[in-house]
Ligand binder design. Structure first.
Ligand SMILES: *Cc1c(COP(=O)(O)O)cnc(C)c1O
Length: 230
């Protein structure tokens, strides 16, 4: 089941790349495994997946301990400052940085562990009340503040687009995030250019790829519906 789902998702990504004249190796598929047991994660692993996404610090840390060490764990959920210490040395990329205070704590923990933390700035691209992330208008300022911190590297931007019935409705938001990265790269002369655009989930990853996503985060499309009552 997971193997077949993965084949479908990979094929859809490849086709979206073709439609937009991109190479499919420009896009990293992150299998979002939140709430899913290690047995199912291992099924995806056997089918070749090495990038997994979790949205809770403790869940990521626990799965890190139980699963193969060549897995690249992505922290994609809202992160509280006091939880940074659980994941700092277990994650390759924190997608959800939306305040200077959080970035400062990540920097502090990174120094303590003698590593460089890779992060993305999360943008509330559709100005939704219910969503985390900085407004698009404040993203450049936050990136600028973060790059002066020690042991932290801003690799790009992330967004969670609105929950819509027709994925094409989100095209404008993906375009907006793509443009934002280009604009910020122009003004931040001292930073290495941001190259990561983490956007697109089960409902809209094909459109996101057409608009330049370099990472898509797909949960339901690979593992099936989540049951939060278990
Ligand atoms: C859960 C989650 C996803 C995956 O959502 P699906 O719709 O199941 O693909 C992607 N990104 C974030 C930040 C998430 O929390």
């Amino acid at each position: 089941m997971i193997k077949e789902n993965l084949e479908t998702v990979r094929k859809n990504i490849a086709e979206a790349c073709e439609r937009s004249a991109r190479k499919s190796d420009e896009v990293t598929l992150i299998a979002v495994s939140k709430t899913k047991p290690v047995e199912l994660i291992m099924e995806a692993y056997e089918a070749g997946v090495r990038d997994f996404g979790e949205n809770k610090a403790q869940e990521l840390a626990a799965k890190y301990e139980q699963l193969p060490k060549d897995i690249r764990w992505h922290m994609i959920g809202h992160l509280q400052r006091n939880k940074v210490k659980y994941i700092i040395d277990k994650t390759v990329l924190i997608h959800s940085v939306d305040s200077l205070a959080l970035a400062q704590e990540i920097s502090r923990q990174a120094v303590k562990h003698s590593l460089t933390a890779n992060i993305l700035v999360e943008v509330n691209i559709a100005d939704e009340e219910s969503k985390f992330g900085v407004p698009a208008s404040e993203a450049a300022k936050l990136v600028d503040e973060i790059i002066s911190l020690q042991n932290i590297s801003v690799r790009g931007l992330m967004c969670i687009a609105p929950n819509v019935t027709d994925s094409k409705q989100n095209r404008k938001f993906f375009k907006k995030l793509c443009k934002l990265v280009v604009d910020i790269n122009k003004v931040l002369v001292h930073n290495t250019p941001m190259t990561v655009l983490s956007m697109g989930m089960t409902g809209d990853y094909q459109v996101a790829v057409e608009e330049g996503a370099t990472m898509v985060r797909v949960g339901t499309g690979i593992f099936g519906e989540r049951d939060y009552n278990i």
